[in-house]
Design a binder for this molecule. Structure first.
Ligand SMILES: Cc1cc2nc3c(=O)[nH]c(=O)nc-3n(C[C@H](O)[C@H](O)[C@H](O)COP(=O)(O)O)c2cc1C
Length: 204
């Protein structure tokens, strides 16, 4: 793995090829790589629930679409957000066709009280694994996109999938498909120097 993979792994939506299956062994091998990620006290709280059943995907997609639409209601969209919005809509419309929907879950519920160190440990013990997973997928020609929209219906999706809601939190859903050819140019990001400070806040 190198800089190339790190800088070209994108939120793949339109390039997800919904016509090709994804092998279980590939998914499992990417989970193997995902779980090399760090976690607080090495708790390894992650669980990966991989949904491939068409009917179940359809049900999840309905929740996803509802939540995605609600997110947009009444929101002012900047011109530079239009392309992302259109690709987000595309994914919402096609998400049920994506061969694998990977729900990344964490053992435990959101810590109460939600003090910053506990929150950091809760989310921070999962998202590095999610990103490892996405990098591992991309390295073998699979595409994915980190999504959270369906979490507005976490309870309903938990019920649908038999996830014990009081003990397990859904953290993200990663649709996975083979990647159609196309360019994976590194994306619009602020230059490093613009987002970096030295010695003190604002220090140049
Ligand atoms: C915490 C988080 C939640 C996200 N939720 C969604 C989502 O629900 N749906 C979606 O299409 N993309 C979602 N994304 C993807 C972002 O839109 C994407 O990472 C960002 O626009 C950068 O895209 P790029 O790497 O292709 O430039 C999410 C990303 C993160 C990190």
């Amino acid at each position: 793995m190198g800089v190339e993979l790190l800088t070209t792994t994108r939120a793949f939506r339109r390039r997800l090829d919904v016509t090709r299956p994804v092998a279980r062994e590939d998914l499992l091998d990417c989970v193997r790589i995902a779980v090399q990620a760090p976690s607080g006290s090495n708790r390894q709280p992650w669980r990966f629930l991989i949904v491939q059943d068409p009917e179940t995907k359809q049900r999840i997609a309905e929740y996803y679409r509802k939540a995605f639409a609600a997110n947009l209601t009444g929101r002012a969209i900047r011109p530079d957000q239009l392309a992302d919005l259109s690709s987000g809509r595309y994914l919402a419309e096609h998400i049920h066709q994506v061969p694998a929907l990977v729900l990344v879950c964490s053992i435990g519920r959101l810590p109460e009280p939600a003090a910053p160190p506990r929150l950091a440990s809760f989310y921070g013990s999962i998202y590095p694994a999610v990103w490892n997973f996405m990098l591992a997928l991309h390295e073998r020609g699979l595409g994915s996109c980190l999504t959270t929209a369906h979490l507005a219906y976490e309870r309903e999706v938990a019920q649908l999938l038999g996830i014990p809601f009081d003990e397990v939190t859904q953290m993200a859903m990663v649709p996975v498909a083979a990647l159609r050819s196309g360019s994976s140019a590194s994306s619009r990001r602020a230059p490093a120097a613009e987002v970096t400070m030295w010695d003190r806040w604002g220090g140049a």
